[in-house]
Design a protein around this ligand. Sequence first.
Ligand SMILES: Cc1ncc(COP(=O)(O)O)c(C=O)c1O
Length: 395
Amino acid sequence: MTPTFAHRMDRVVPNAIGELLALGADPSIISFGGGYPDPTLFPAEALAQVFDDVIRAPGGQAMQYAPSDGLPLLREQVAELMTADGTPCTAADVLILQGSQQGLDFSARMMVDPGDVIVTEDPTFLGGRIAFDPSEPVYAPIPMDQDGMRMDVLQQVLETTPRVKMIYTIPEFQNPTGVTLSLARRRRLIELANAHNVIVLEDTPYRQIRFSGETLPTLKSLDTQGRVIHLGSFSKVLVPGLRVGWAVASPALLGKMALLKLANDTQTSTLNMAATSLYLDRHDLAAHVAILRAAYARKKAVMLDAMRRHFPQDVTVTDPEGGLFTWATFREGFDATAFMRDVALPEARVAYVPGASFHPVTPRANTARFNYSAQPEARIEEGIAALGAALKRHA
Ligand SMILES: Cc1ncc(COP(=O)(O)O)c(C=O)c1O
């Protein structure tokens, strides 16, 4: 039998890059391809204790069903974290999600009909497109520079493109480029969204992992008309396996999203919500994040220093103020996908993510994303040295 799938499944297809990255899973390969946090920094003992305690607590509440918008105490704690971070809100403004990825899916489902336009950064997070594709959008990618999405191009696109519904942005240490949206551009983005009546989807999983520079206001805190959907996550500041994230949005938007949450999975795991909540109650999250920031700052420095010493002179890389990634641009004519398949994997035994997959419309061949959080510092040096030597051999 040949299944007759719904139209929305036309673009739900395996990603070609997935196959290439699967090769990078070989333990003899040094992979800078994933986006994983460093597992040696997971607060395993603290989490073991809180899971043990919530399970043993009388009444079994942590093993019971919970409200679909999340455990009330956790919503309050997230509102406190958001408020302390300069985005005042209350528990009523918070919806607990199964990771911020779920918020990407829900936002598109809520706002986007087939043929509607989603503006993205170019390049953008591949998982964003994977979440948006079943809603059958048209993408309008906006080029970036060192200050993030270019507002002159965004203005032009908003003025000339019908049916723009949503602007998707990762303002801090963007995945994949590591670039941060400047304060002036944050203000301009909100002005433009207001002028053109467009929803802004603000995705901030790396926001807390800042190494240098000033913390900038969230787009949500600059939102004057209740049009920003802010997504946050415990994946990078605690552990991704919890699958606990959140949305903060106006009552009109959050109410609809809560209905999708109910339809989709009833609620986020009560156990994981209760354990997260108890962790926040007992431990100093900011102190843990300070450890992460110091460790990732060091790893970034090791990677950029190794790239400067080992890569050919004509390769440029971004210097992120936080997050997990740097973005390399090779000489014109270089094909990072072919090089990974033919040289980096078999010869240098190194993996990265070729940049082509991050461009929603027109792939650029000569770029790549490198993750510095997952590998130990010595492996970063070893892998970058091997890749640099291969790049020079095949220049
Ligand atoms: C930009 C971006 N958004 C969302 C996510 C999904 O994160 P979560 O684990 O909170 O679902 C990721 C994960 O790497 C990401 O890089």
